[in-house]
Design a protein around this ligand. Structure first.
Ligand SMILES: *Cc1c(COP(=O)(O)O)cnc(C)c1O
Length: 461
């Protein structure tokens, strides 16, 4: 293991939360009761939870301290002004509108901007972004570069927008039908892959030459900035804060889920320069979220975000954070376990159909892998494959599967130590050696929409 870089923590621990080890027999019972669906497992029975990095971060002592001085006034709370200042310091826009989480920011933005039949372009839309566009009968178009779909090449910026396709898309649809273009940094639905500053500059130029507003879905902006620093030569000596500021100087605004790169458990915001749009957004905000100086959050939540935003751009933090994810990926790759390359910013994605080649797609190898991983070692991961994304032929009931059948191991921020990651890698390596024992699955119950949350399964005999 000498050749694998060990992530060294830039913090020490002063509060701990016990996690429980269960026996294999107990987990087998828990799984049966859960219908072999990891979403139905009470988190108490999970030893290491890699379900998501959203809202699962550990807050710092400074964040907890800031919560104690939260100003809970309805209007004009001191905490709002702290929050606004912290957001402006990085993002640099005139208006900052708090929301209870990222999807509320999206709902308010799209409700205000979109007409039926409009198109919104993104590298790859995240699920909630797509849903908030489609619910207004508008179209969510993905124009990421082709490399994004190839799990085996080492291309450094697989989150980039295909600028040729974007330029012709904007020309072909009359621009009136495209109220905005977005880029998701990092590209969550494409494996947490970063977008280069060169690409952002080019997209900005194309959009602005056509008069189309350009926004970020900015959830993991600091992780994206870190990749730019490491992979884009001319930024090697620029601070994360300055790289972030340059990124935001090229767009007209952003939506943000603070549950990611603001190191808090709940919160979000929209930030932009356009005065009249901001005024419209605030009108919608008041109806659904709250008064513009709290927007669905408590004063203490606004304080925690303000403090979190100062910590997220620290290079020591990011080196460790991204380092942890890379470390887990390296431990797995070294044993020949198939993973999506290169490893992204917040998660390692296993290529489940290559991990379990004896299980046909119709028996959900990704889902089977999440079940086996929990049963053998108490680790919870999530399938991103056939159960989540299959399309069903209405007439024949036959399913069409997405190109990639993956299992995501998302690493929460500042929560787990190196030995937790080692334990995870060892569990997967053992499972890989004994992979032919893992059985395929069939669905015995499924709802009409978003079936992965509540479907029930049985093993195929
Ligand atoms: C999490 C996420 C969202 C939605 O944010 P929530 O806080 O979960 O509502 C939007 N876009 C991306 C890229 C995300 O990762």
């Amino acid at each position: 293991m000498a050749d694998i870089k060990i992530p060294v923590e830039p913090y020490k621990i002063k509060m701990v939360e016990p996690i429980k080890k269960t026996t294999r027999n107990e987990r087998d019972r828990i799984l049966k009761k859960a219908g072999l669906n990891i979403f139905n497992i009470p988190s108490e029975n999970v030893y290491i939870d890699l379900l998501t990095d959203s809202g699962t971060s550990a807050m710092s002592d400074a964040q907890w301290a800031s919560m104690m001085v939260g100003d809970e006034s309805y209007a004009g709370a001191r905490s709002f002004f702290h929050f606004e200042k912290a957001v402006k310091n990085i993002f640099g826009f005139k208006h900052v509108i708090p929301t209870h989480q990222g999807r509320a920011a999206e709902r308010i933005l799209f409700q205000t901007l979109l007409q039926e039949g409009d198109h919104v372009v993104n590298n790859i839309h995240f699920d909630t972004t797509r849903a908030n566009i489609e619910v207004r009968n508008a179209h969510a178009d993905n124009l990421v570069i082709q490399e994004a779909y190839d799990p085996d090449t080492d291309y450094p910026f697989k989150g980039n927008m295909d600028v040729k396709k974007l330029a012709s898309f904007l020309k072909e649809k009359r621009k009136g039908n495209i109220p905005l273009v977005m880029i998701t940094i990092t590209n969550n639905s494409g494996g947490g892959q970063p977008v280069s500053l060169a690409n952002i500059q080019e997209v900005s130029r194309i959009c602005h030459s056509q008069g189309v507003p350009f926004f970020f879905d900015a959830c993991r902006f600091a992780e994206n900035a870190y990749f730019i620093k490491k992979r884009e030569k001319s930024y090697r000596d620029i601070s994360i804060l300055d790289i972030s500021r340059e990124m935001f100087s090229l767009v007209d605004g952003a939506t943000m889920s603070a549950k990611k790169d603001a190191l808090v458990n709940i919160g979000g915001f929209i930030t932009l320069n356009d005065d009249s749009l901001a005024q419209e957004l605030k009108k919608t905000l008041i109806i659904g979220e709250g008064f513009p100086t709290y927007g669905g959050l408590a004063g203490r939540d606004l304080e925690a975000i303000a403090q979190g935003l100062t910590e997220i751009v620290e290079e020591d933090y990011l080196e460790h954070r991204i380092g942890q994810v890379q470390y887990l990926g390296e431990l797995l790759k070294k044993e020949g376990i198939p993973v999506f390359q290169p490893v992204g910013g917040h998660a390692v994605y296993l290529l489940a159909d290559k991990f379990l080649p004896h299980i046909p797609r119709s028996q959900y190898p990704g889902w089977a892998l999440t079940v086996a991983l929990y049963r053998e070692s108490g680790i919870r991961a999530v399938e991103v494959g056939g159960v989540m994304f299959a399309e069903k032929d209405e007439r024949t009931g036959k399913e069409r599967y997405p190109e990639l059948e993956m299992v995501r191991l998302a690493v929460p921020r500042r929560v787990y130590t190196q030995s937790h990651l080692q334990y995870t890698a060892e569990a997967l390596i053992r499972l890989y050696w004994e992979r032919e024992k893992v059985k395929g699955l069939k669905i015995v119950y499924e709802p009409e929409h978003l079936r992965h949350f509540t479907a029930r399964f049985e093993e195929v005999k």
